[in-house]
Design a protein around this ligand. Structure first.
Ligand code: LLP
Length: 438
């Protein structure tokens, strides 16, 4: 998919660049992003709103993958940005991303984080709880600032891909509950504030969602309360933020919708409910993460050792694993893969792809058909662009991989590979002169 193809050398190409050459130049494991595909996704979300004449902000959820280049790419595409920590905010501001298009999320923002974001004059805080609401209010007073906020509401609907769980009292650490009056109290407190400008409300119902039902149900639930708040205290949101969660195709079983299909369903329901309540259709914000970068990312690994257990399993080990992609170990996430250096060859053998970390659970793929592999072959694991690098870690003191952007035949290194020296950067030795490099 995307701009992936196979060249005359039988090598996998991404963005018109030979992945085998990239692996030679930058080493493995290596993340390669198809920049054109990221742009395409960003544009299709924006276009879906434009076509319906709905005012909108499409905020990239930078938790999916954040680095200076990715933030700059999102700026180039006119996106807004969702950050969830001081670190993500620092990355965004360092990349030169306009502060007024940054939205700050999180269920336990610290005093320092709120202060940093206020002083940076970000566009909006998505306030999660009373502790934050009161801290933000007092910080505004201290610093003599005003800011816009959304309230994160827990609509009591959780979407798990195909099923929707509706509970009276949703058990979630996030947001103000609708059912037990928390949300209403938060609205009232916000309206009383002189420095907080309550723009509207936010919900996020889940991730890797393949249907529109969950969004529609959450919108309906929310509107029951919006109508009441409008009548009782003349508050109706200018902005509705419907979160992210749009699914992608990791394997053939996954059947995501097009961006337009999700957006059209949301707009249709919001328009219908607004019309029947005689209120203006609010501005709509969304926060896609995975659907912008997930299938645009591919990880290239080198194959090393193999272990055959006759008539049980054939293990093929690669030079990364749960340190660069924890999703299989954490969520039993499934991936597809192919040989990057023998890309057109037919699969003949069922193998399982093991990582190199010291844990039996460090498996990237169970049971995949590949050509007979040998040490030195390059394995491309697809759809690793979201929550791959961003959840990578130094387990076993394995340095994090490098990241390359590929577009129109050009490749650009955007994150350097970590070095052994980088691994020691924060360490303070007990005795000097006992480690290499000293
Ligand atoms: N907005 C909020 C408030 C969120 O909590 C999230 C994701 C998003 C937007 C973006 O969701 P997306 O469009 O990427 O589905 N580490 C997990 C995913 C965690 C998602 C957390 N919140 C994974 O690897 O599947």
């Amino acid at each position: 998919h995307g701009t992936s193809s196979i060249n005359d050398d039988n090598h996998l190409t991404i963005g018109g660049v030979d992945t085998v050459q990239l692996a030679r130049e930058y080493g493995t494991p290596l993340y390669i992003y198809d920049v054109e595909l990221i742009r395409k996704r960003a544009r299709s979300f924006k276009k879906a709103f434009e076509e319906q004449g709905i005012k909108a902000q499409v905020a990239y959820a930078s938790k999916a993958f954040s680095c200076l280049a990715q933030v700059q790419l999102m700026d180039e595409e006119g996106m807004s940005l969702d950050v969830v920590s001081g670190g993500e905010l620092y990355t965004a501001l360092s990349a030169g991303f306009p502060a007024d298009r940054i939205h700050f999320h999180g269920n336990n923002k610290s005093y320092e984080e709120l202060q940093y974001a206020l002083q940076s004059e970000i566009g909006c805080f998505v306030v999660d709880n009373f502790h934050e609401l009161r801290m933000l209010e007092s910080l505004c007073n201290q610093l003599n600032k005003n800011t816009s906020i959304l309230l994160r509401i827990t609509p009591g609907i959780e979407a798990h891909t195909h099923e929707y769980i509706l509970t009276g009292q949703e058990d979630s650490k996030f947001g103000f509950d609708l059912q037990n009056g928390q949300a209403e109290q938060a609205v009232l407190e916000s309206l009383e504030s002189h420095c907080l400008n309550l723009l509207g409300v936010h919900f996020h119902i889940g991730s890797q969602i393949f249907e529109t039902t969950g969004f529609v149900l959450a919108i309906q639930k929310l509107y029951e309360y919006l109508g009441k708040w409008d009548k009782e205290f003349s508050f109706f949101p200018e902005v509705l933020n419907l979160g992210g969660g749009f699914g992608i195709r990791y394997t053939e079983e996954d059947e995501p919708l097009e961006p337009k299909e999700y957006i059209d369903a949301m707009i249709q329901e919001i328009t219908r409910l607004s019309t029947s309540a005689s209120v203006a259709v609010p501005e709509i914000w969304i926060e896609p993460g995975r659907s912008l970068v997930g299938d645009a990312g591919t990880t290239i690994y080198s194959i090393g050792s193999q272990k055959d257990i006759p008539s049980v399993r054939h293990y093929v080990a690669v030079d990364g694993g749960m340190s660069d992609n924890i999703r299989p170990a954490l969520y039993q996430a499934q991936y597809e893969a192919a040989l990057a250096n023998r890309a057109g060859e037919k699969g003949t053998k069922k193998v399982s792809i093991a990582g190199k970390c010291c844990e039996s659970g460090d498996m990237l793929i169970w049971d995949i058909i590949l050509p007979e592999t040998k040490s030195g072959d390059l394995l491309a694991v697809f759809c690793t662009g979201a929550y791959g690098y961003s959840m990578s870690n130094n387990y076993n003191r394995i340095p994090r991989p490098a990241v390359v952007f590929a577009e129109k035949g050009e490749a650009r290194l955007v994150v350097k590979r970590e070095s052994y020296e980088d691994l020691l950067r924060l360490d303070l030795p007990l005795k000097n002169g006992v480690f290499a490099g000293n």
